[in-house]
Design a protein around this ligand. Sequence first.
Ligand code: SF4
Length: 353
Amino acid sequence: MSVVVSVEGLSVGFWRGRPRTLVPVVRDVSLTIHTGDIVCLLGQSGSGKSVTALSLLGMVPWEPGILSGRVVYEMNGERISLYEGIEAGRGDLLDGRAPRSARRWRRQVEERASRVRGKLAHYVFQNAQTSLNPFWTVGAILERHLRRGGRAGPDVLREAARGLERVGLPPDTAGQYPFELSGGSAKRVTIACAAAAEPPLVIADEPTTGVDPRLRLEILALFRELCRPPRATLLISHGVGLFQDLVSHICVMYAGQIVEAGPRGDVLGPGGPRHPYTRSLLLAELGVRERSAPVALAVEAGCAYRPSCAVCATLPDALQRRCREPQPPLAVDQSLVRCWWAAEHGPSEGGIA
Ligand code: SF4
């Protein structure tokens, strides 16, 4: 399996409030996605998973106070590094304005990202209807995605019709505008767009959120088709339940960090999960436990999960001190876990799957 994209030490932060405070949203995130991988980026709202995913396509919202790290695509001998070597605007961005150097920074990122978007990676947004251009018909939108994927000539229109058929939409949908579609049809169109360009990587943000249960199963079936290897997929989700048998790897985010990452069998199987937050998140999804505590945005020194951690609460004072130290990801079996006590204290309640 070859590497599609590698993320190394990605950190993103934004200025918030008065007086302005720099809030880290993504902190030192590293992950590698290979061909055929289906990686689930799992976490509560505000954990940093969407900003991480948007950063993979250079779509970080305007005015980041911090943006460091590397996002590198490697496909068919081509290497595109989104942020490397274009940090000239960083110092100016720190005051939260958009001076000329910040605009230059944005232009440079856009230039590189445009070589990735729709060709090497495609983003399926959570809100399908607003992600489609309202001034274009569905046919024109699909045609554009096909052309970005390298299709040309008279076959493009036939391909667009076939794309609609594959997602269960009638051919006359091609003449409709996005506002004329139901929520479910708009979802289907976004999946058809992702399939049309045949990108090596699909990033899907909560693909089954906001649809009724019957439609959810249909969208899930289409999504399974879309994610077939060798295509790689990054799936952003609050829960893993619906996708449990689909995903190959799970990365759990809390307060902007990946706190646990590993193959599905390690995280959900009899040996896992290892991190107390992952355990609490998955048990909450099963209804066994109350919802996990909200994500701590003001990150103290040491482990961000400490105020809510059930394991920490049971440790003697001498050992709890360790939880106040910054902890690197530790290797436990095939997983990486950001908890000092992952090997000693987990799992305490068996596997989840
Ligand atoms: S390092 Fe300590 S506080 Fe953090 S998750 Fe592990 S046991 Fe809990």
